[in-house]
Design a protein around this ligand. Sequence first.
Ligand SMILES: [Fe+2]
Length: 208
Amino acid sequence: MAKNSNGKSSGVSKAIQPLMHQRGPIIQEYGTLRNLPLGLEDDARKQMIDGLNQILADTIMLASMYKKHHWQVSGHTFYQLHLLFDKHYEEQSVLVDSIAERISLLGGVTNGMPAAVAKITKVENPPDGVEEVPVQISRLLEAHELIMRESRDLAEKATEVGDDGTNDLIVSDVLRTNEFQTWFVVSHVVPEPLVKADSPNQPLAKVA
Ligand SMILES: [Fe+2]
């Protein structure tokens, strides 16, 4: 047992101590490919990894925007949108993990840190302040549409290069989730009357 200058035990035992504040070399650079026995050509894997990294960055932006709007939403639809935005955030977060793990599985490097995402994403960054609900919804819909376009392109390329796994992930999970969420979100910006039907053929019933 180690001793203090006064000869008493310092309380620090001979137990193995953690080695902290370590740094080391990069063991795989971003943009490089690791050899994996998947039966896929290097060029095919590289194309898929590039496409997946783009969709990953845009999906992280969309998920973050859902959280921002979950916190900042207000107005008479507050409760339903507050809950809906958080549900969609959770579902997008599942996609983030699936896309990122597919990149690693294909031998690529994924990042996902906010600074790296900001460099890659094509989603417009919203302002820090609070925007009106229709604007929040418009931003979400635009991000969804961008991701769906990218997904269809990548799914087609995946079929061309024989990467059925990427095609399945993009179509079954990414594309379908984005289509479904778009339906739920876009339905909130249809200007339907809330109380009185907007039809001249159906006058209000007279009260006796
Ligand atoms: Fe919350």
